[in-house]
Design a protein around this ligand. Structure first.
Ligand SMILES: [Zn+2]
Length: 356
């Protein structure tokens, strides 16, 4: 089985026992609002991008905003190729990298959901060229985070990637995404609450470096959703929290480990954010926090709260709970060093109503 998450991660400031200097990389421009896509050409000019670039988009998102993005760049005298990408797999990243090189592109514009943005991030990182992110949905919080997830059959690899120099979140585009993607994005950001609890725990038990700024941003983003605000801002805030921390720590704890483990354990895994939401309910129970409030918020949004709603079996949930602590060994969470016994996992899933 291929390596999972932690295996490929470089040591960041948070992981390093020697506390090497942390470099914070932020997007230079974040535009969020109705019609901001029209600013794409001007933004790219302001970044002094060279003439040749490429728009990386998907088979569906090309029609939603990809073609329009290429036209807007053309109006600003850029010469851009359009590359249609599919699933975020290592093989697909290699293929996209080849097309980008063949086109002679010196900057990239990602137009799509999480997987298109992940492919672009990794390609930009490998080719050492800048990129701008134009999300077409708010399905997960990776829009401006410094990592990307690639999927192989049965495993997920989290890779270092570049942060976009600009993010243009056009709400007129994002509202066209299916509601399920929006709800999944909400669940992903809500799961910051358990991620931050795990981080605090690791700080106390393992003296892991902590950033109260990053933690506050991540918690605030989750709170915005719990208070029923819109998703665009919280989603971007999660990305900024990860940039401040220099890692995904403030937005990725035991609930994300559960989600990654479920990607491997389940025959038909569900959406990332949906799985993280269900994970957050159970991890909040372990933390002794208000898991019922979390569950009802997810339910109100229309995100899954049970194995059945996720479309996975009870046994797959329990297996994922038992395996979760192994997914990324260096990330200390409420699951501890040894994880849950099968019996404890079954009880946890049952008492929180996730199974049964
Ligand atoms: Zn996530």
């Amino acid at each position: 089985m291929p390596e999972t998450s932690g295996g490929h991660s470089p040591s960041t400031a948070l992981d390093s026992p020697f506390g090497k200097a942390r470099s914070m990389v932020f997007p230079r421009t974040i535009l969020a609002g109705h019609g901001v896509l029209a600013e794409l050409g001007r933004s790219c000019r302001s970044f002094d991008f060279p003439e040749r670039g490429a728009v990386i988009t998907g088979p569906k998102t090309v029609g939603i905003a990809g073609t329009r993005a290429a036209e807007i760049l053309g109006e600003s005298k850029f010469d851009v190729a359009t590359v249609i990408s599919r699933e975020a797999t290592p093989a697909e990243v290699d293929r996209v990298e080849g097309e980008v090189k063949a086109a002679g592109a010196r900057f990239l514009v990602a137009v799509g959901g999480g997987s298109k943005i992940d492919i672009t991030k990794v390609t930009a990182h490998r080719l050492r060229i800048p990129f701008v992110s134009v999300p077409t949905s708010a399905a997960h919080d990776g829009i401006s985070s410094p990592r990307a997830s690639l999927h192989d059959p049965g495993s997920v690899t989290s890779l270092p990637a570049d942060v976009p120099v600009g993010v243009l979140a056009d709400t007129a585009v994002i509202v066209q995404a299916p509601y399920r993607l929006l709800a999944s994005g909400c669940a992903d950001v809500i799961s910051n609450v358990t991620a931050v609890l795990d981080w605090k725990l690791a700080t106390r038990l393992k003296s892991e470096e902590y950033s109260s700024t990053a933690a506050t941003l991540a918690e605030y983003a989750a709170q915005e959703i719990l208070d029923h605000a819109s998703l665009i801002k919280p989603n971007l805030m999660s990305g900024v929290a990860m940039s401040v921390a220099g890692s995904s720590r403030p937005c990725s704890g035991s609930e994300h480990l559960f989600s990654h483990a479920l990607d491997r354990a389940a025959a038909h895994p569900s959406l990332h954010g949906e799985q993280c939401g269900v994970g957050a309910i159970m991890m909040m129970y372990l933390h002794g926090g208000d898991w019922k409030r979390l569950r009802s918020a997810l339910h109100t949004i229309g995100a899954p709260v049970t194995a059945r709603e996720l479309g996975v079996t009870d046994e797959e949930v329990i297996e994922a709970l038992v395996q979760a602590h192994r997914v990324r060994g260096e990330r200390y969470t409420i699951l501890g060093d040894n994880g849950l016994t099968r019996e404890a996992a079954g009880k946890l899933a049952a008492v929180t109503g996730v199974v049964g």
